[in-house]
Design a protein. Structure first.
Length: 396
């Protein structure tokens, strides 16, 4: 049977990114002792007051249709939440609620880019980005993030790739998979490029509340770009609410209106009890959130210190988020083969980032999604695996 050409574009380079994780799940189901560090699923429970708010909402009969953009109390709570980073007023009219940050990214790209346009995408990039961009019909132009620069984005690299067809610059800060952040100075330079070339900036800031030290620098705070910047965010990682599917888009009111029109054609409203849980998460006690952030920072230090002196591996210390990026090119193996061999030999599942873009080749992403003891055990197994390969690596 015949399918639309879109189906071909959806199966891009990131389609094999989860091969190791899928194999790990099979082994775990068979009873193998597998340490799953290959997916960004927090090992913390959702905050109890958030769960209670959702249950109370369901029991109160809050199970009916809601406005496609989200209910105003939630949108106002999101606006207040991101105002801290925007350092300027944000209103409910600048916010639209969607089922997860990926849905938000999908929706905003659909209304900003189309066939004939170009989208600048720094890479390595989260594996599903390519599929999201493909839905627009636009061409993706990669901007490499180099390990030698700790994966920081260079405005000169961006400038050199802008053409008359460039429409959108996509950012991700804090970055997945590297944990790197874009500072305010670099954001200002990127904003100047956006103004000069009439570009949109779309920034994925899902890990904004998981910055280890200091404050998050948001693209919303770029002065002079208020009418051309949109960010997506979520409670999935910061509040351990992946299954709640709670995300948002923040941007100019006109952009929000266009996305709202798209949602009316696709997804008319989200569950009110999920929205009530979001309000509880954003306005309720935050101590548990701070504790999770501190745990991720501690775990990152643990993994980097444990692997720093292991031959063939070079971990990069993240500034935020829930992953450590490690260079395994010194092993003499491609990252996918290395990760699969590690899984089979030692029962540790990590994500090879070859599918995250050319700059991710030879690296793996290690999820900080197990407690300290389990992570330490994973690092011991990785070291043992590398030790067993040492003669081969030397002879190679």
């Amino acid at each position: 049977m015949r399918y639309a050409s879109l189906t071909t574009r959806l199966h891009g380079g990131g389609s094999r990114a989860w091969d190791v994780h899928e194999r790990a799940c099979v082994l775990a189901a068979e009873g193998r002792d597998v340490i799953l560090l290959s997916i960004g699923e927090p090992d913390f429970p959702a905050p109890p007051h958030v769960v209670a708010a959702m249950v109370d909402s369901i029991q109160a009969g809050r199970n009916y249709y809601t406005p496609s953009a989200g209910e105003r109390p939630l949108r106002s709570a999101i606006a207040k939440h991101v105002e801290r980073y925007a350092r300027r007023p944000i209103t409910a009219g600048n916010v639209i609620f969607l089922p997860g940050a990926q849905a938000a990214l999908f929706a905003v790209m659909i209304v900003l880019a189309e066939q004939g346009d170009e989208i600048l995408l720094p890479e390595p990039a989260y594996a599903t980005y390519e599929g999201v961009m493909a839905t627009t019909g636009a061409s993706v132009v990669h901007v490499p993030l180099h390990a030698s620069r700790e994966f920081g984005i260079d405005p000169a690299d961006v400038a050199g790739r802008i053409t008359e067809r460039t429409r959108v610059l996509v950012l991700n800060t804090p970055h997945n998979p590297t944990g790197a952040r874009i500072g305010a100075g670099v954001l200002a330079e990127l904003g100047a490029l956006a103004r000069e070339h009439d570009l949109w900036i779309v920034s994925d800031e899902v890990y904004a509340d998981l910055v280890y030290e200091g404050e998050h620098d948001s693209a919303l705070a770029i002065r002079g770009c208020e009418d051309r910047v949109a960010i997506v965010g979520s409670l999935s990682k910061s509040h351990a609410m992946t299954g709640f599917r709670h995300g948002w888009l923040v941007g100019p009111a006109e952009l929000v209106d266009h996305v709202d029109a798209l949602l009316q054609s696709m997804l008319f409203g989200s569950p009110p009890f999920i929205q009530d849980a979001g309000i509880a998460a954003l306005t309720g006690p935050q101590e548990v959130i701070a504790a999770m952030r501190e745990a991720y920072a501690r775990r990152a230090r643990l993994v980097v210190e444990a692997l720093r002196d292991v031959p063939g591996i070079a971990p990069h210390a993240p500034e935020a988020g829930m992953f450590v990026m490690a260079d395994v090119r010194g092993s003499g193996m491609p990252a996918l083969a290395w990760a699969m061999a590690l899984l089979e030999a030692e029962g540790v599942s990590v994500t090879p980032t070859d599918g995250f873009g050319p700059s991710g080749a030879g690296h793996v992403r290690i999820g900080l999604v197990a407690d300290d003891e389990r992570l330490a055990e994973a690092c011991r197994r990785i070291a043992a695996f590398q030790g067993s390969r040492a003669p081969q690596t030397i002879s190679a």
